[in-house]
Design a protein around this ligand. Structure first.
Ligand SMILES: Nc1nc2c(ncn2[C@@H]2O[C@H](COP(=O)(O)OP(=O)(O)OP(=O)(O)O)[C@@H](O)[C@H]2O)c(=O)[nH]1
Ligand SMILES: [Mg+2]
Length: 313
């Protein structure tokens, strides 16, 4: 009997390239939230695909962008950077509206963090939009070859329409070695507990229902998750950075928060497949995106300096 295959695929790229959409489409489950706004994903999220032929653990990552040191953006980019170390394949997603000058941030991080032996596949995504993306793909490929990565491949796909994804997957399986599963429970679809998904579903609605700026100042902390109650009782706090933002999240007469709560509850009920009571409150945690201590309180740990971790800078 042949052993089953097992491996890791990192999904990386600029914000909004369609990384989380692709992962959800492959898994057939919304493990990672998707919104039209950039920088939706904030932390690494694993998505686990287990089949007859083996197991692929996908690592969805926050979009790679240039980030100032010591704040929340640095945390997000460090989450992406760590995922580039050690996967069997890196899927590097590219938005058709991108350009070489924007992709430079991603290529620089690959240069710093990815092993030259790791295959990097350039996925020109959103092919349904019908743009000519081949020149951009070629420019990225040439740059990666110059940096010493071995024959990067280019795929044209649409994560949303699931075009080209079958071929991508079958090529990916070929790259994986036989070996024991990272997650032996074959029904497990992610590494995260339900509480995490609940927080994310609320955050998704904050992105959908608030203007351009406020969602980036919101963090969600799930303070209660009582499965024994009927319906399941969930309470969460939405942390914002300033008083004015608190007003915007609550809305006139509490209209906005009600809208957010109703939409999030519907998503959560679908995810947990049962009725849910959702209680939301909004609090000001001044400038939480800018202080290592408040970030830590919310579960976002800033990276140790590379010097501490690896003995060199
Ligand atoms: N037309 C089209 N839109 C897509 C496709 N894939 C994703 N999108 C859209 O692109 C936007 C961003 O998608 P996400 O999956 O959240 O992108 P992401 O790369 O995970 O973004 P961050 O988490 O912010 O880094 C959403 O509005 C998606 O619906 C695609 O194949 N075609
Ligand atoms: Mg995402």
């Amino acid at each position: 009997m042949t052993e089953r295959k097992s491996g890791l695929v990192a999904i990386a790229g600029r914000p909004n390239a369609g990384k989380s959409t692709l992962l959800n489409g492959i898994l057939g489950s919304a493990v990672s939230i998707v919104t039209p706004k950039a920088q939706t994903t904030r932390e690494r999220v694993l998505g686990i695909l287990t089949e007859e032929r083996g197991q692929i653990v996908f690592v969805d990552t926050p979009g790679i962008h240039s980030a100032k040191k010591g704040g929340f953006n640095e945390f997000m980019v460090s989450e992406a950077a760590e995922a580039l170390e050690g996967p069997n394949v890196i899927w590097y997603l590219v938005d058709p509206d991108s350009a070489m000058e924007h992709e430079k941030t991603v290529i620089d991080l690959l240069d710093q963090r990815a092993d030259r032996a790791t295959p990097i596949w350039i996925l020109l995504n959103k092919s349904d939009l019908g743009r000519d993306v081949v020149p951009l793909g070629e420019a990225i490929r040439t740059k990666l070859v110059e940096l010493g990565f071995r024959s990067p491949l280019v795929f044209v796909i649409s994560g949303r329409r699931k075009k080209g994804t079958e071929e991508l997957l079958s090529e990916t399986w070929k790259m994986l070695p036989e070996g024991p599963f990272l997650f032996p429970d074959e029904d497990q679809i992610s590494d995260r507990p339900l509480r995490f998904f609940v927080g994310e579903k609320i955050r998704e609605q904050l992105f959908m229902k608030l203007g351009d700026e406020v969602p980036y100042s919101c963090a969600v902390e799930v303070t209660k998750y009582d499965e024994k109650a009927n319906p399941t009782r969930i309470e969460a706090t939405i942390h914002v950075e300033r008083d004015s933002q608190k007003g915007m999240v609550i809305g006139a007469g509490g209209k906005k928060i009600k809208e957010i709560g109703m939409a999030a509850r519907a998503e959560i009920e679908e995810f947990v497949q049962g009725p849910v009571f959702l209680g939301l409150q909004v609090k000001v945690l001044p400038n939480w995106t800018r202080s290592a201590d408040t970030l830590k309180k919310l579960g976002y740990h800033l990276p140790q300096s590379r010097k501490d971790k690896r003995g060199h800078s």
